[in-house]
Design a protein around this ligand. Structure first.
Ligand code: ADP
Ligand code: MG
Length: 857
């Protein structure tokens, strides 16, 4: 009975809302369909919607969209309405009109709005009951993560076995733990005794803060203990089902509701005692918790422990059992641990002892002790990481190399001879590179700049300095089409006179070497490199595969650095004598990662585009918009432009994904664009075949290019104005931003359409950020927050993802750890002093790879 009420209230709410939203669209998205605007309307709508049973997650999203509605531009507003429509499954919302003028996103305005990286420490996260089962859902990854379970315990490794004997022992030595259970624990990355100590709780339940049901307030995050009275399965009009459980304590009753999770019903028994965590909502004035986190408990737990850990589990490992094992382990081992951290460091960060931290993190005396333990252990993670990274950087700085200097007037003349004015960002990067080259240590610099920001010319100016001094340079690109493109541009810049300035080089002194280079030409190049007449060699990995010998290679540039492995860069470097190295990337790197993953490199950031580029007009589109987009492509082609249509990597593997692209290309050519030329490039093609297609597209032999994500690499297609990305929800924002950078190179307005293939409103909403900003850094920060650092690692060590408590987004902690580490290494670079020896050992254990390989660039 109640549920009909519930459903009817909801239907009414939805009808009203969809009327308002449609009116708003008809009136041109001017925020005048309701008095006071949608942001005001949100205030009264929120309680009504809650009352009508809209789930809290959706509710909050919709309210956020309404509240930020006045800040969005017209397109953003249209997208917001569409998003609300899809979040609430409103009818009639899929045919929203487009706003009349197509406004451009204003980067400055939206940049302000973007939320700053979370600086909140992980501590809040784990405090009792504040986190429920509704953990933020991660978007599917397009690449499978490289992180393996066995690699997840490097922080545990930092605890050296000579500090406490037996920590290295396999867990099976623990009494009451057999081989079979040991195998189950392996799935959690637990192999050795130490790993148990570092298997940190996912959250805690604080039984000292229990509230009786009668005292619960709406909107509160709570943990209660109550027993199950009855359960039932309720059908909803939508065909879905809802599980209802009524629980009670001595003071009152509370309802728990789950949508579409019938299995919950089987996990509940009458009179079972549950610990229940979640947010109290009001339904018809009575308390209810939607999708609570719950756990069966026994009465004695309540009496013996106040704050109880909740561990991540795996099949066949139960919470109760793991709690007991870890309790015993921690009790026995933690007071035998000698802290490796020098006292001076502990004092400076006001951190507690390691053994104490490892005890409190599992079974805290109170919340204050817990938070101290979390802080200490998080600090250790970033501190050990910083020490490793800084040591790596020092290793570079110990190397010697030749220094190169040029006069201001010489450099200015080179800059003046360019066909355009350098942007401020380019100027700055050039100065930084020039200063590096003037030092007697090899440069080790990363140049980051969005696609189209003009990295090439910056690299060329750096190379020019070295060449001017009589030495040689090399530039390596990941594909031959890119290498050729670089060759054409750079050859022109260096060997042609311009205005009053003389050319730096003679024709023939810049050469191109790829897999296609003929034998006779190779011979010529090889001769020229040996006798030093060839000054700059541009090419693909043929540069390292070919047995070429340079006369005096002094500077190396690697474009799209993430495409190359550590060994490939090392192989190229080995062709010179500690040459200067510049690696380039279009992937924006959040500040926190610059301090960590990329902490051994100097970083130049170019956050400015050459003048006159129009931002790409970006839209989140829905499948129903496709035909309109196709007509738009036709029109653009008639005007002489070209379009990309990208299909995602499907998780099953490259073959599947290629198949989708192949089929789509056929369909588009046959059914949609019979009069246009539709090209196809996908992952199964050989590199030469890929290049051939890209080249044909560049020469406008195709109007439309259907592609999997292989076009990511920086090929210049100046006439491309449309970028359609199917399955856009599967990509990270930074990667979508890279795709988008492929269009809009010319002066014409370019468009980007993101078409998600998922009905998941949250996933699709994530894409809205793309419509709001053109700033790659903001997008990268979001990616880091939402997807973790995986997307940024490239060929970097996977060890960085091992952090368990520390957040790579916790900038203040990173910075403080960095300062302390710097001071420590200043005073004792090899950590040889007695008081630092144990720490040195911990660093080695934490990050063994640093001490083996000499290169993480
Ligand atoms: P990316 O950073 O993506 O490698 P490129 O170096 O390929 O960018 O430069 C993109 C385009 O912009 C090239 O056509 C280049 O000639 C041009 N360009 C570079 N710097 C400037 C500038 N300061 N003003 C105008 N155009 C520029
Ligand atoms: Mg480039």
């Amino acid at each position: 009975m109640r549920y009909h009420c519930f459903v009817e209230a909801l239907e009414k709410l939805k009808t009203t809302l969809s009327k308002i939203l449609l009116l708003e669209a008809q009136k041109g998205f001017e925020n005048n369909a309701v008095i006071g605007g949608l942001e005001k309307f949100a205030q009264s709508w929120e309680p009504m919607a809650r009352e009508a049973g809209v789930d809290e997650r959706t509710l909050r999203r919709v309210v956020d969209l309404m509240k930020s509605y006045p800040d969005a531009d017209l397109l953003g507003r249209r997208n917001a309405l569409a998003a609300i429509g899809s979040l609430l499954h409103l009818s009639n919302m899929d045919a929203l009109p487009q706003p009349k003028q197509a406004p451009l996103p204003i980067a400055g305005k939206t940049a302000k709005k973007a939320s700053p990286a979370k600086s909140k420490m992980q501590i809040d996260h784990a405090v009792s009951g504040s986190e429920s089962v509704k953990e933020p859902k991660r978007p599917k990854r397009t690449k499978t993560s490289k992180i393996s379970a066995s690699a997840t315990n490097s922080i545990a490794r930092s605890l050296a076995s000579d500090q406490v004997e037996g920590l290295d022992a396999p867990v099976s030595v623990i009494r009451g733990l057999g081989d079979k259970q040991a195998r189950n624990l392996e799935k959690l990355g637990i192999y050795q005794v130490r790993d148990l100590l570092y298997h940190f709780p996912r959250r805690y339940v604080d039984y000292s803060q229990l509230k009786p049901i009668a005292q619960l307030g709406f909107g509160e995050e709570v943990t209660i203990v109550a027993s199950v009275q009855n359960t039932q399965l309720l059908p909803l009009r939508s065909g879905k089902k809802m599980v209802e459980a009524v629980v009670s304590d001595q003071t009152g009753a509370l309802r728990l509701l789950w949508f579409n999770q019938e299995w919950v019903l089987r996990s509940l028994r009458k009179d079972q005692l549950l610990s229940i965590s979640g947010r109290v909502e009001s339904f018809m004035g009575r308390p209810v918790i939607y999708h609570p986190d719950y756990e069966s408990i026994e009465r004695e737990t309540l009496n013996t422990n106040r704050i109880v850990p909740v561990y991540p589990l795996t099949a066949l490992v139960t919470q109760k059992w793991l709690r007991r094992i870890i309790f015993n382990t921690s009790k026995y081992w933690t007071n035998k641990i000698n802290d490796y951290m020098p006292k001076a460091v502990l004092d400076r960060t006001e951190a507690i002892d390691l053994g104490e931290a490892l005890r409190q993190i599992h079974f805290p005396d109170d919340l204050a002790s817990l938070s101290q333990a979390q802080r200490r252990l998080a600090f250790d993670e970033v501190f050990l990481l910083q020490l490793g990274v800084m040591r790596q950087k020092m290793n570079w700085e110990f190397l010697e190399s030749r220094a190169y200097q040029v006069s201001d007037s010489w450099l200015q003349e080179r800059i003046d001879s360019l066909p355009y004015q350098l942007t401020q960002a380019q100027q700055k990067a050039v100065t930084e590179i020039r200063n590096d080259l003037a030092k007697p240590h090899p440069m080790n610099r990363l140049l980051q700049g969005d696609v189209g920001s003009g990295k090439t010319v910056v690299a060329v100016l750096g190379l020019s300095i070295v060449i001017e001094n009589g030495a040689q340079g090399a530039l390596m690109a990941p594909t031959s089409i890119l290498a050729e493109q670089h060759y054409r541009t750079i050859d022109k810049l260096l060997t042609e006179e311009s205005g009053t300035s003389k050319a730096l080089l003679q024709p023939g002194q810049v050469r191109l070497l790829t897999g296609d280079t003929s034998k006779s030409e190779r011979k010529e190049i090889s001769q020229g490199l040996k006798d030093g007449s060839v000054k700059l060699l541009i090419g693909t990995h043929a540069l390292i595969e070919d047995p070429v010998i340079f006369n005096d290679l002094q500077m190396i540039v690697v474009d799209e650095q993430h495409r190359f492995g550590v060994e490939q860069r090392a192989a190229l470097r080995a062709k010179g004598d500690n040459p200067h190295l510049l690696v380039m990337t279009a992937t924006p790197i959040p500040r926190s990662l610059q301090l960590t993953i990329f902490g051994d490199l100097e970083v130049s950031v170019m956050d400015e585009m050459p003048k006159g580029r129009l931002p790409v007009s970006t839209h989140v589109a829905y499948p129903s918009d496709r035909s309109r987009i196709y007509r738009m492509i036709e029109k653009q082609v008639q005007e002489g432009y070209q379009a990309f249509i990208i299909y995602p990597l499907v998780e099953q593997g490259e073959n599947e994904d290629s198949k989708a692209a192949v089929e789509e290309q056929e369909r588009l050519q046959r059914d949609i664009f019979p009069n246009l030329r539709v090209g196809l490039v996908h992952g199964r093609l050989k590199p030469a075949e890929k290049d051939a297609v890209m080249l044909a597209f560049q020469k406008k032999e195709y109007d439309i290019l259907v592609s999997t994500s292989v076009v990511e690499v920086g090929v210049d297609i100046p006439h491309a104005t449309v970028m359609v990305i199917e399955g856009a929800n599967r990509f990270g924002l930074a990667q979508l931003h890279q795709f988008r950078g492929r269009v809009g190179r010319g002066s014409a307005q370019a468009y980007c359409y993101l078409i998600p293939d998922s009905g998941d409103a949250a996933e699709n909403e994530r894409l809205q950020v793309m419509t709001q900003t053109n700033n790659g850094f903001i997008l990268a920060e979001k990616d880091l927050e939402q997807r973790g650092p995986g997307d940024f690692l490239g060929t970097r060590q996977a060890g960085f993802t091992d952090l368990k408590l520390a957040k790579l987004t916790n900038l203040p902690m990173l910075q403080s750890a960095r300062e302390i580490a710097a001071d420590l290494l200043d005073a004792d670079p090899d950590l040889k002093r007695t008081e630092n020896k144990a720490l040195q050992k911990a660093v080695e254990n934490f990050w063994p790879s640093i001490y083996g390989v000499g290169d993480v660039s």
